[in-house]
Design a protein around this ligand. Sequence first.
Ligand code: HEM
Length: 413
Amino acid sequence: MKSKTQPIKSKIEIKEPININSKEFINNKYEYYKLLREEYPVCKGKVSVIDAYFISRYDDCVNFLKDPRFVRNRTTATGGGRFPFPLPKSVSLIANSMITEDEPDHRRLRNLVHQAFTHHSLAKMEGRIEQLTNDLLDKAEKQGTVDLKQAYALPIPVTVIQEMVGVADEDMPQFYNGLKALSEGFSGLTLLRTLFWDMPRLSKFVRELIDRKRSNPSEDILTALIQAETEGEKLSEDELVAMVFLLIIAGYETTVYLILNSVLTLLQHPDQLALLRSQPELINSAVEEILRYRGPIQGTKPGYALEDVVLHGVTIPKGAAVFPLLGAANHDRDVFENPEVFDITRSPNKHLGFGNGIHTCLGAPLARMETRIAIANLIIRNPNLRLAVDVSQLELINIPLWHGYKNLPVMLK
Ligand code: HEM
């Protein structure tokens, strides 16, 4: 069978504008990153249909994420809409969440949910995640060969975020289908279907969810947010919808791919897997190294230039969208010794897998906890864990600035 992940070209070359959605780029991204860092530290390109500039060196990415000359709210920088093209209202309001806001709105929104994601608040989730992972493994191990995504990596974060946010079990099928459409629909023509069909439907569903919760409050984030909304000033209804959307979307698929990338990378590095089995206390630094080596999120949301900014001799014009390539920064040899070596004992490891600056991932403690427990239980209970297909059969997802596989067939026990 023809390999799905084999390089399409034998020699990597860059022609601006670079298309980071192309299969060629997606399948060879780490080689492209190397060339970008070395020769095109500021490169013109496209993310889906959006014109953009990419920066790829570690220091440039960190500086950019803290640079007041770049803002998240496109309207502030360009005077135009929040998106470079018109979208249905139900879709555009979803974009008005903390991740695309600047201070002080960003801080106001982040403060409303920050408490739920502190280590202290999450401590009570630990037992629940232990139980969930063991229940899923009980089932999967009986089958022997499974797609680890469907059987394990997906239900863990979906269940956790469902319970934290407060989505009722009977709402899950509709919710799940909506999310599935989003995660599969960001390339080519499916982008239009996603934007004009799936997202408005999901947005309507989130509004209905909020209405149901109003009459049936409980101990969850959604109830707390509705409370903040009814107290006025703190949160508008549109912001409430955007927040629920962000938490759900940011909180589940990222973790699915972190779990899957962890399993695949460990299986591809048997010496590191053996080391982890013999020294389970290395699990925390192993998770950090996956985030650096094969993190699921390869770039942040764009920052828009408030003025012309010159970097490495390239003028980024006022209003232009700039994306820091976190995946490229995480392999910068000026910061990481032997960056292409996967080393679960790496220290220090100041990777950018959760971003940097004021938008640093809010859910990082939760993502770390879920992944740590998921991987530890999987490898302890399955000493013979192995891939059920050749690695060349695995297919990368085509979501801009993500890294993950569509599925991961494995043999358990
Ligand atoms: C492996 C898992 C995860 C990864 C790799 C990840 C990565 C990231 C990154 C790179 C950012 C910065 C984006 C930017 O600057 O535009 C971010 C922001 C964010 N993440 Fe995560 N994330 C993960 C899991 C989660 C979880 C479980 C949640 C919780 C619900 C979450 C909620 C958020 C939120 C709310 C933001 C926006 C923060 C802000 O704008 O201040 N993430 N995440």
